[in-house]
Write a protein that binds this ligand. Structure first.
Ligand code: FE2
Length: 439
């Protein structure tokens, strides 16, 4: 019997070239060169990169596309963003949240994202956002895996009913326990919230993903408590610390002790480069801090580091287009991860690593994995990041769900070619001896 689909001449993120991918019943069957079988459908990838889909493991879908409602963030700070969101919350309706979320999902799917971990604010006693996003999760499930985090935006203890609301949200089916220790009233209250929330997660067998130390305060050290509680409660591999920006200002001696503790506890780190380069360091004059966590040092210690988009057109960030290559591109710059190996690793931070953080068991480019794939107008991950390459085809379970044209410009210059693409020149190709190729 013919397989449903064969993708020909694919370049893979590992550096292998000219590979065929055979798909049947929505799953990848075989990957290899020159496979002698004919598919019901054939796609010629023509040396383009074929990757598992992008995964965004840190997002706020209840706030997305609300830019300007009810006003704009004038200072650009995290704190004004939180205040502005507080003004918008009473005005939200179930339908409006669903409508914005689904519009964003369309955008994300077109950009090759097929899994999102979204925090959802539980401080509104109506739990309107929770109910709306649970609805969205069910409706979008055939095309996108949406995982929800119960997030006490205004503080677990600082906001009157947040703890009870968080438990209600988990009872309704929210997947992950969230937190925001740096926003509690005192450092001690923040630490207590970490212990409380990790215990809650352990009791319920859930994962934890906390906004942690998202500040410029070198003394904000909730990641230390998070790692400790993860270890104490046996939550290794199920806990992530999001943002971790205070780490950029911490004393180096202290960090030399902290990072091995995070690694030992199996806590993953989620950096959000687009947002934190904008909202951190706002009280600085010069030199001005980048407000970005220590990716390179954490990588060296074996910690899983994934990237998230965090915000698209909301109270905290006016830009964004659901493009995880934009996120990786910013990470390359703010973290100065410009070696070829580091750039390839940044591609994994928007694909494989966030899939690991979310625990997506059917994810990957291997026989038996779901045939969720993206064909990019690029030869390899480095070129994909450089160009924020067009997503030529997005496949979900072997079926094309989105297509985009390649980026081309028509020129009107005498003596020059009529059309230019933006792909790298031939002398920089990925030949066998090329340094672009993983050894
Ligand atoms: Fe966030």
């Amino acid at each position: 019997m013919k397989p449903d689909l064969v993708i020909r001449s694919a370049n893979l993120p590992t550096g292998e070239e000219g590979m065929d991918i055979v798909v049947a019943d929505g799953l990848i069957q075989v990957i290899g060169p020159n496979i002698e079988t004919e598919g019901e459908e054939e796609i010629d990838a023509s040396g383009c990169l074929v990757s598992p889909p992008f995964v965004d493991c840190h997002f706020h879908m209840d706030a997305t596309l609300s830019l300007g409602l009810p006003r704009l963030n004038r200072s650009g700070t995290l704190l004004e963003g939180i205040a502005l969101w507080g003004e918008l919350k009473p005005l939200l309706t179930h339908e409006a949240v669903i409508d914005r979320a689904l519009t964003y999902c369309d955008m994300a799917i077109a950009q090759g994202i097929q899994a999102i971990r979204s925090h959802v604010d539980i401080c509104d006693d109506r739990l309107l956002g929770v109910e709306a996003l649970l609805d969205v999760k069910a409706r979008i499930a055939p095309w996108l895996d949406l995982q929800l985090v119960a997030f006490p935006q205004d503080g677990l203890y600082r906001s009157a009913n947040a703890r009870a609301n968080l438990v209600r949200a988990l009872d309704l089916g929210v997947d992950v326990v969230g937190g925001i220790p740096h926003f509690e009233r005192t450092m001690a209250e923040g630490a207590r919230s970490v212990t409380d929330l990790c215990t809650l997660a352990a009791d319920r067998g859930l994962m934890v993903d906390m906004h942690c130390d998202e500040s410029d305060d070198p003394m904000s050290r909730h990641i230390e408590t998070l790692a400790f509680e993860c270890q104490r409660l046996g939550l290794q591999g199920r806990v992530a610390g999001s943002h971790l920006t205070s780490m950029h200002s911490m004393d180096n001696y202290y960090v030399s002790k902290l990072i091995p503790l995070i690694a030992e506890a199996g806590v993953a780190a989620i950096a959000n480069p687009l947002i934190n380069i904008c909202i951190q360091g706002r009280q600085d004059t010069y030199p001005k801090r980048r407000g970005h966590t220590r990716i390179e040092e954490m990588k060296a210690a074996g910690i899983t580091v994934a990237f998230g988009q965090d915000c698209v057109m909301d109270p905290w960030y006016s830009l964004g287009s659901g493009d995880m290559l934009d996120v990786a591109h910013m990470a390359v710059h703010v973290a100065q991860r410009t070696s070829l190996d580091a750039m390839r690793d940044c591609f994994l931070s928007v694909t494989r690593f966030p899939a690991e953080v979310m625990g997506l068991s059917s994810y990957g480019l291997r026989p038996g994995a779901a045939a969720h794939l993206v064909i990019l107008d690029a030869a390899d991950p480095v070129e994909a990041i450089r160009l924020r390459a067009a997503r030529l085809k997005v496949l979900r379970a072997g079926r094309v769900v989105a297509e985009s044209p390649p980026r081309r410009s028509r020129l009107h210059i005498d003596g020059r070619p009529r059309e230019t693409a933006f792909r790298r020149p031939a002398h920089a190709s990925t030949g066998a001896s090329s340094p672009w190729k993983r050894g």
